[in-house]
Design a protein around this ligand. Structure first.
Ligand code: ADP
Length: 611
């Protein structure tokens, strides 16, 4: 600032300080030390400038995209800080003139004008500012020696169009159609006035208006785009962080089952990165077939209930079961279902857990059974040896014995179920007389039917063929059916166990039937009762695990047989078991194809038992 040789340095220092004040007034109150400092500095610089000019004005002009100070073109306007440029643009200023003696308060008013909505000149006048003049009309004195031709916006090539009033014959539209924007503007303005100064002002005004309009439009459009981008980024970040922090593998698919996202756990399980699997159909991928197995079939449906019912399963049955339970639907913002998330299950881990569970059940039931057997034996000895126990003591003993028997049969069910599940139930099939099987089962159950006041009939059709079966297990099948019949038949009823060749005599089966006159089973329940843990309402509450019939069916089917039911509510039920006919030694080949528990790839009964 001490460099009196070059006044331009002073001018620039002043502009810098003034710009600082313009910015700070937006951040702080007018009495803030930062603001005060900038204004004081500005005032001091203006004083120095006035001195250097011998008491002359300082005019700062933005014109024709140039900054001119005291008529000397200095820099391109786009090199100026925005806040300074905006002041000119907003109020369509061309020149701000600082007169000698302009104070810091005057500068403050000029800074505050930025935020003003009305007229800038009026604002300054209200504040009593006299030493700063705003002008749109004042044309800076251009130093023609330095900028020849700068006094006119009209370029030499356009002189004819803009420098003089156009001949009325010339068509403006035709003329400007091939011109650049600037030339076209000059042409049009040239038609309006022939005064070059007036032309330039009009052009400057129009350009400023045009720029403002374009800027405002672009800002609006960008604002919208930025908001959308931010929203999408937020959504992505949220989804990604939720997925990444989940302990389970997660796969997101679209409505067509194509993979959209996978978290690192899912990538690890599938052994492939998302980049490789993205966009591929989940059901077409053999490498993840074992892990990702369920997709909602009616994914487009609005009805959630439908979706949970309809599931396409691929992969092994036990994994499908697990994943089905862990499948969640994904909705978009409109509440529409756009895909499903499945939790891929680590097949090895699942198998280990299942094995543990099966071992536990097998060990537990064994452990339970041993003390139970001794309790029952002890109770029976007590009953026999306790001299002449009273009537009520005998009643209590009998109840205790019956309860140990019930417990025992429940344990047997669980044990059998567990053996079937683990594939450890072995069948020794051989030729066995159907009549013997029927009679053995009847004898085992007779005491119970008698005590319940139920008649038990046995009926073996003469000539019924031997069956190829594990005799002990087949007797157990009939005992299970008869014990159900006893449970659901009232006193005075009848149960008939029979063996016959059946109408399908040529089909290679001999048939066992257990027919009762009990409560019967409703049509809609008849399909369900062979499933594990299913007990259907039958009026009277009876005990049981709901495993009996599923075990019975599995034991029949595993020996190559089949089981059917006919029942009418109120009238009774008939369970019919068909077992393969024994055809001598050579016959065994036929049944070698009967699925062995361990080798069976995926027989229906395994599914039935959830294996
Ligand atoms: P549980 O071991 O609990 O008896 P089951 O699998 O043997 O289970 O039987 C399933 C259901 O089938 C029973 O709860 C019962 O409702 C029905 N059911 C089975 N046998 C008969 C029958 N003979 N008469 C009527 N209902 C029966």
């Amino acid at each position: 600032m001490t460099d009196a040789q070059d006044p331009k340095l002073l001018w620039f220092s002043f502009l810098k300080t003034f710009t600082r004040a313009l910015v700070q007034i937006n951040l702080y109150k007018p009495d803030h030390p930062q603001v005060r400092q900038a204004l004081d500095e500005g005032q001091a610089l203006l004083g120095q400038i006035a001195d250097s000019l011998g008491g002359g004005d300082l005019s700062v002009t933005i014109d024709n995209d140039k900054l001119l100070i005291n008529g000397v073109p200095l820099v391109a306007a786009d090199k100026l800080p925005n806040s300074l440029r905006n002041l000119y643009t907003k109020f369509r200023l061309q020149t701000i003139t600082f007169k000698p003696g302009a104070s810091g308060e005057d500068l403050l008013a000029l800074c505050q004008v930025q935020a003003h909505k009305g007229e800038a000149k009026a604002f300054l006048a209200e504040r009593g500012v006299e030493k700063i003049k705003l002008d749109e009309a004042v044309y800076a004195k251009v130093d023609s020696a330095r900028t020849p031709g700068a006094a006119s916006v009209v370029t030499p090539g356009q002189t004819g169009a803009a420098g003089q009033a156009a001949s009325p014959q010339e068509k403006v539209a035709e003329k400007i159609s091939g011109q650049s924007f600037e030339s076209a503007l000059a042409t049009v303005v040239g038609r309006v006035t022939s005064d070059p100064e007036e032309q330039r002002r009009v052009i400057a005004l129009l350009e400023a208006k045009f720029r403002d309009a374009v800027e405002a439009g672009v800002t609006r459009a960008l604002e919208e785009v930025r908001r959308e981008k931010k929203k999408v980024e937020n959504d992505m970040a949220r989804t990604e962080s939720v997925m990444t922090s989940m302990a389970d593998g997660v796969v997101v698919v679209d409505k067509d089952g194509k993979i959209l996202m996978m978290n690192p756990q899912a990538e690890a399980i599938s052994g492939k990165p998302l980049a490789e699997l993205s966009g591929k159909k989940i059901v077409d991928l053999s490498q993840i077939e074992n892990q990702v197995v369920s997709l909602a079939k009616e994914i487009k449906s609005e009805n959630r209930a439908d979706i949970s019912k309809e599931i396409i399963k691929t992969g092994s049955a036990e994994i499908a079961e697990t994943v089905k339970k862990a499948t969640a639907l994904i909705q978009n913002e409109d509440g529409k279902i756009v895909g499903s998330v499945s939790i891929p299950t680590d097949a090895v881990k699942l198998k280990q857990v299942e094995q543990l569970q099966q071992d536990f059940i097998a060990n537990m039931t064994h452990e339970l059974r041993s003390p139970l057997t001794s309790i029952k034996a002890a109770l029976e000895i007590m009953g026999r040896e306790a001299g002449a126990p009273t009537e009520s003591a005998r009643g209590i003993l009998n109840t205790a014995i019956r309860n140990t028997e019930r417990l025992n049969s429940i344990i047997t069910d669980i044990l059998d179920f567990s053996k079937l599940q683990s594939g450890k139930m072995v069948f020794h099939q051989e030729g066995a007389a159907a009549g013997d099987i029927v009679r053995e089962a009847a004898e085992a159950m007779r005491a119970w039917t008698t005590s319940k006041g139920i008649t038990l009939n046995v009926n073996v059709e003469p000539g019924v063929q031997h069956v190829y079966a594990d005799k002990r297990r087949t007797v157990q099948v009939l005992i299970n059916l008869v014990s159900n019949a006893i449970k659901f038949t009232p006193q005075g009823g009848t149960i008939e166990i029979s063996a016959d060749a059946g109408k399908e005599a040529l089909s290679g089966f001999s048939f066992f039937s257990v027919k009762d006159t009990g409560c019967g089973i409703k049509k809609e329940d008849q399909g369900k009762i062979f499933e594990k843990f299913v007990q259907v309402a039958s009026g009277e509450k009876v005990g049981g695990t709901g495993l009996g019939l599923s075990i019975t069916k599995a034991m029949v089917v595993m020996q190559g047989g089949r089981i059917t039911l006919e029942s009418e509510p109120g009238k009774g039920s008939t369970f019919r078991v068909g077992m393969p006919v024994y055809k001598g030694q050579g016959d065994q080949q036929v049944f070698e194809q009967v699925p062995e528990v361990k080798e069976a790839p995926k027989p229906w009964w395994k599914k039935l038992l959830g294996m």
